[in-house]
Write a protein that binds this ligand. Structure first.
Ligand code: SF4
Length: 356
């Protein structure tokens, strides 16, 4: 049975390692809670290399909470375009508005108030509370999880509540309460750079001797993965109409992926369709009711992989010279103006191909 007790050796070793090995990152040298918050949200599902550019662009356009709160959701989504997981952008915008309303535009400095903001969970709240306000809350992200399960030899699956609870308790016990900011940065960086997911170089690790996983040769088996869920396959058929160098768009308003982003008229099917089947669908017949069209191109099926689903998308490009009642319900925009609309990475990739 794992003995939980405070162990200053681990924190001291991590901090020492960190001072030598840490990366210089654009959000690291600040204690501004707004900047820390934005960086943490961007990095939740994004690699550091990709996130850095987005972070700099975002902070340049929305340098403080009030500017972000006053912007339209559409503009915020536009700045998020390509990062995916768009609920993060909607939440960050809603949270900025809440801070202006409830806290006079000043970022709250208590953990309970921080964690109550939209889109901020325990991890992000602990990161902001410790980095910006030096409050003693331990962060537990994927990197910390990996290091602690290996170091202590925790072999229960990572999606079990008791595993998460155990790791969180350990992280809290190990926290250096005099330097919670540095300690948290150090343990996350250690997981990211030294105790890496695949083939960590344990011979160069300061915990080489004391680490359970290394001593017992189970590094590759920890943390124990959850069983993989089968991703759901969806079949999207997009109709890109071309009329006077303009096209038709709609806003995705359902509670689904890409909420509030724009896209071409879409027919979704539970299975792959031939072109003939697609053109025989009522949806398409209505779209083209009483107008003539020419099919200019049919893209090959594009596989767009999201976290729990795979979108199999086909784009039909059609030339028309007039519209009808159905098309009148869509947003009409010139191709040059499309950059005003937040769109998914999938649609963006398609547009890059046809515009260039
Ligand atoms: S010895 Fe290897 S597995 Fe253990 S903490 Fe170090 S890098 Fe991670």
């Amino acid at each position: 049975m794992l003995q939980l007790q405070h162990n200053p050796f681990i924190s001291e070793t991590l901090i020492h390692w960190y001072t030598i090995n840490k990366r210089t990152l654009p959000w690291r040298e600040t204690s501004d809670p707004y900047v820390i918050w934005v960086s943490e949200i961007i990095l939740q599902q994004t690699r550091v290399a990709q996130g850095a550019d987005y972070f700099l662009r975002f902070i340049q356009r929305f340098p403080d909470i009030k500017t972000l709160a006053n912007a339209s959701e559409e503009e915020v989504l536009n700045y998020w375009q390509g990062l995916g997981y768009y609920s993060r952008a909607r939440n960050i915008h809603a949270a900025a508005q809440q801070i202006v309303k409830l806290h006079a535009g000043k970022f709250p400095d208590q953990y309970e108030l921080i964690v109550a903001l939209p889109g901020i969970g325990n991890y992000t709240a602990a990161a902001i509370a410790s980095f910006a306000f030096r409050l003693p809350f331990a962060v537990v992200d994927g990197n910390v999880f990996r290091f602690l399960t290996r170091y202590f030899g925790i072999d229960t699956p990572i999606d079990e509540v008791k595993t998460r609870k155990q790791v969180t308790e350990l992280a809290t016990l190990l926290l250096n309460i005099h330097q919670p900011d540095i300690h948290n940065q150090a343990i996350m960086e250690f997981g990211a750079l030294q105790c890496t997911p695949f083939s960590p170089d344990c011979s160069k690790c300061p915990f080489e001797i004391s680490c359970f996983a290394n001593a017992n040769r189970v590094v590759a088996e920890l943390p124990k993965k959850r069983k993989k869920l089968q991703p759901q396959h969806r079949y999207f058929y997009y109709f890109c109409f071309v009329q006077n160098n303009s096209t038709y768009l709609q806003k995705r308003i359902a509670k689904d992926i890409w909420h509030n982003l724009y896209e071409f008229p879409l027919f979704e099917s539970t299975e792959a369709l031939s072109l003939e089947q697609l053109l025989n669908e009522d949806f398409f017949k209505k779209l083209t009711d009483s107008i003539s069209y020419t099919i200019l191109a049919v893209s090959p099926m594009i596989k767009h992989v999201l976290s729990h689903q795979i979108i199999n998308a086909t784009f039909l490009t059609l030339a028309i010279t007039e519209n009808n009642e159905t098309l009148n319900h869509f947003v009409y925009s010139t191709f040059d103006d499309l950059s005003r609309f937040p769109i998914s990475r999938l649609t963006e990739k398609f547009l890059q191909k046809i515009v260039h």
